[in-house]
Write a protein that binds this ligand. Sequence first.
Ligand code: MLT
Ligand code: MN
Ligand code: ZN
Length: 284
Amino acid sequence: MRVLFLGTAAGGGLPQWNCGCPSCVRARHEDHTRTQDGLAVTGDGSAWWLLNTSPDIRTQLLRTPALTPPPGTRRTPVRGVLFTSAELDHTLGFAALREAESLTVHATAPVLDVTPSIALAGAYTTVSTQVVVPGKPFDLDGGLTVTAVSLGTKKPRYAATAPDSTDWVVGYRITGPGGTLLYAPCLPSWSEAFTEAGLGADVVILDGTFYREDEMVGRSARAMGHLPMVDSLPLLDGGATYIYTHLNNTNPAAWEGTPEHTTVTAAGALIAPEAGELSARLLG
Ligand code: MLT
Ligand code: MN
Ligand code: ZN
């Protein structure tokens, strides 16, 4: 099983195009950017699955050799997409894959119902939708078995009038040759369901949007559906390697050398490496 960090930032990325905060200025100055959150996973090295398709998906695909078509072909190694939410930073890029011969998308029913880029892509190519039912395992080509876990009820703002559901935000527990991974880039609280989904996982990739509750002016981390790192760090146990992703441009832990970054590494956790690969050693 291989896992690639396609993007590691929250909505807007780092730097955000219209932001001149110290972190965004530093990212521009040092050419140290983070694109918006997503992973690519494979069980056999040839059939790849995208977990979320951010607006940065084109950049992410073009810079990732494992995801490029073999020369002389139009064959993409990408077999399909899984969404953890219907938020724009996780789904907008799906429409940019419209050149595909066909696309398969796995997501919970409420997410499939509202995500605009599914219909957009569907006007250009054949899109097959697969309803994900939390707690019910399903297989993906290449030897992966996936179980979704319900994590949150927060609807995207563009779908504010859609029906309530416990399945708006999910995580995916993925088992493949060599290990088990839990991917939960948006985690509103450390629920029992989340604890259970992480049992026996080698690696847990979790919500690192905010370091502190009041980091953003005007809106608290929890009100936005994100457990701040100060509150998840004390809950990390020794059972898995924890890796924080979906880092907002306000989060000082995104930068090596900050006291917050030092606190994370001292707790035995990691900050997701942009465009990096998860070490096979951690999965084993
Ligand atoms: C989130 O992660 O809370 C959402 O992506 C917010 C947003 O960018 O609209
Ligand atoms: Mn987001
Ligand atoms: Zn900024």
